[in-house]
Design a binder for this molecule. Structure first.
Ligand code: NAP
Length: 537
């Protein structure tokens, strides 16, 4: 059942008078439920509870936190069909996608749980004392990662499960030992409330402190802004537009105590199509790319919005084949009328630029909120001279740039803003002749793909979902994969601390049997009474 209320810890509250409704873009009508914006007092209460919860939660063992994360996964699954139905009603996304994304969300939660039990993520590092070192004795120093405090999570519009209420940001922050306050995304508040109810049940079943999780409803500027400015909040996770992410980043850095904002924002994910790749396989790549550009109605942060090739017969044929394939695909529904309006405005803006040619556009009748997939092309020189042409058009859209030569291709890449991904389509050893292109790409992106598509982000330890600004606000971190936990921790050192008072992860006996770096050697074992020879001696 949807209550339309805020979860302030485990309490459902709605003392405000501003209400919101969500929208069913498939039916082109408002959903029936009404949601109440959190008041200043409720925001204050959620922050105070999170701060109190932090004092207890940060000391929970990995096993206890893992039980909490696994219980969240169980409770989400236990909701069953009503959750999937609501997801579809608030996003316009199909049932198969809802099931797949729920599976990914469960997998993320369980992966962080496994990571907590395994234990090496804490980077426990021990340098034991050398009392007789000359000219001065060496102190005993032991370091590990500790959580930074309550985190505010702004879920995305385009992943109502996997990048939202109990998505990657929440799962990684809870794994780190940080309480979470979610600012529910206004396009899927009902889905957010149902998932929040699962998190609250899981917290109660696993004896987590009250306030370890809250879920607030309201506008980004009012509720989100108040949360980011709140002195008890110590970090922010965000997925969305450059405008929104940048506003929150600026707000956080202007606080008396600035806090980190990990914002994942815009990306057009350049794809470099090398000449020989097209000689024999242009048809194959045309089919594959028509699918990637239109997948999920183009509403993926890794959508290939920019294809770069070198002028010639092969590129001309590829453009024609890609146009044919794109026009064959039936249009699909966007997440919300406002995203649809932004898509149309963006593509009209780019279509109207001087020197731009529209090569494919769905020509049949289109239902309300459905997107007309669009492919444009332009000369390299025109692209270089007009920065508007590299703006993200969020949706099934791509622009093919026809470069004069490798030098122009490299200049275009050098001029691009930071990106999440780059892709290179090449045949055999062709790529070896384009070292400058590859080096330029590496400088601009967080992940590079060979002969594939950028859409589809594997959740695994070696994934990097981030990149130079504005792809993300801090390119040193990833929003997907186990390393996402590193955003919510800081290194902390104990000097000459009594063994019994150290966290068990740093105690001599290594009671958890975790992998640690002891005197510069990786080991699962306890500290020997007879000290090992130090690395630097
Ligand atoms: P958004 O407008 O940036 O909103 C994301 C969240 O941030 C929402 O909860 C929103 O609150 C809040 N917010 C936005 N501006 C804010 C501000 N100035 N101060 C405080 N909070 C603010 O993004 P969206 O709604 O998800 O999608 C809109 C656009 O974002 C798309 O058209 C697309 O360009 C981009 N997008 C990019 C990605 C990506 O991964 N690259 C993913 C999704 C969307 P409200 O609830 O009030 O809106």
């Amino acid at each position: 059942m949807i209550t339309g209320k805020n979860y302030i810890g485990s309490q459902l509250k709605a003392s405000g008078d501003k209400t919101f409704k969500t929208f069913n873009p498939q039916l082109n009508t408002e959903n029936p439920w009404s949601f109440v914006e959190a008041t200043s007092a409720e925001i204050e209460e959620a922050a105070a509870l999170a701060n109190e919860a932090f004092k207890v939660y940060k000391n929970c063992t990995g096993k206890e936190k893992a039980a909490f994360l696994n219980a969240i996964a169980d409770e989400i699954l236990a909701i069953g069909d009503p959750l999937l139905d609501l997801y579809c009603a608030e996003s316009g996304l199909p049932r198969g996608r809802a099931e797949g994304e729920r599976g990914r969300t469960i997998f993320q939660l369980r992966s962080f749980a496994d990571m907590l039990i395994e234990g090496s993520w804490l980077e426990a590092t021990l340098d034991t004392a050398i009392p007789d070192r000359q000219p001065l004795p060496k102190e005993d120093l032991r370091k590990m990662l500790v959580p930074i405090g309550p985190i505010v999570v702004f879920g995305s519009s385009n992943f109502p499960f996997a990048f939202s209420t109990a998505g990657g940001d929440t799962a990684s922050a809870l794994a780190a030992g940080c309480p979470v306050i979610v600012k529910s995304h206004s396009m899927h508040i009902g889905t957010g409330e149902m998932v929040a109810s699962a998190v609250i049940k899981a917290a109660q079943k696993t004896n987590m402190p009250e306030g370890v999780f809250s879920n607030l409803i309201g506008s980004g500027v009012v509720v989100g802004g108040a949360l980011v400015s709140h002195p008890l909040v110590k970090g922010v996770g965000f997925t969305g537009s450059i405008k929104g992410g940048r506003a929150l980043y600026d707000l956080a850095s202007q606080r008396p105590e600035p806090i980190p904002v990990f914002a994942e924002m815009g990306s057009i994910n350049p794809v470099v199509v090398l000449p020989k790749a097209l000689e024999n396989e242009s048809k194959k790549w045309a089919t594959v790319y028509a699918g990637s550009i239109t997948l999920g109605t183009g509403q993926f942060c890794t959508n290939p919005g920019l294809l770069l090739g070198i002028k010639g017969e092969d590129l001309t044929r590829f453009i024609s084949e890609l146009s044919t394939e794109i026009e064959k695909i039936a249009p699909s529904c966007m997440l919300h009328p406002s995203i649809h309006a932004d898509f149309n405005q963006g593509r009209e803006l780019l279509k109207s630029q001087s020197g731009v040619q529209t090569v494919a556009e769905y020509k049949g009748e289109i239902a309300p909120n459905f997107a007309s997939q669009t492919l444009l092309t332009v000369e390299g020189k025109t692209f270089l001279e007009n920065p508007t042409l590299s703006h993200e058009v969020f949706g099934p859209f791509s622009i093919i740039v026809q470069c004069d030569d490798e030098a122009q291709l490299t200049s275009i890449i050098d001029q691009l803003a930071g990106q999440l991904t780059a892709t290179v389509l090449a045949e055999g050893s062709e790529i070896e002749n384009y070292k400058a292109v590859i080096a330029a790409l590496q400088n601009r992106v967080g992940r590079i793909i060979f002969n594939g598509v950028p859409t589809g982000v594997e959740v695994c330890p070696s994934m990097i979902h981030g990149g130079p600004y504005p792809a993300s606000s801090d390119s040193r971190f990833t929003a997907v994969g186990l390393d996402a936990v590193k955003r919510w921790v800081r290194p902390f050192s104990y000097q000459n601390w009594p063994n019994a008072l150290l966290p068990i992860e740093l105690q001599d006996e290594n009671p958890l049997g975790i992998l640690r770096l002891v005197n510069s050697k990786q080991t699962y074992s306890h500290i020997e009474k007879c000290q090992e020879k130090p690395f630097f001696a």
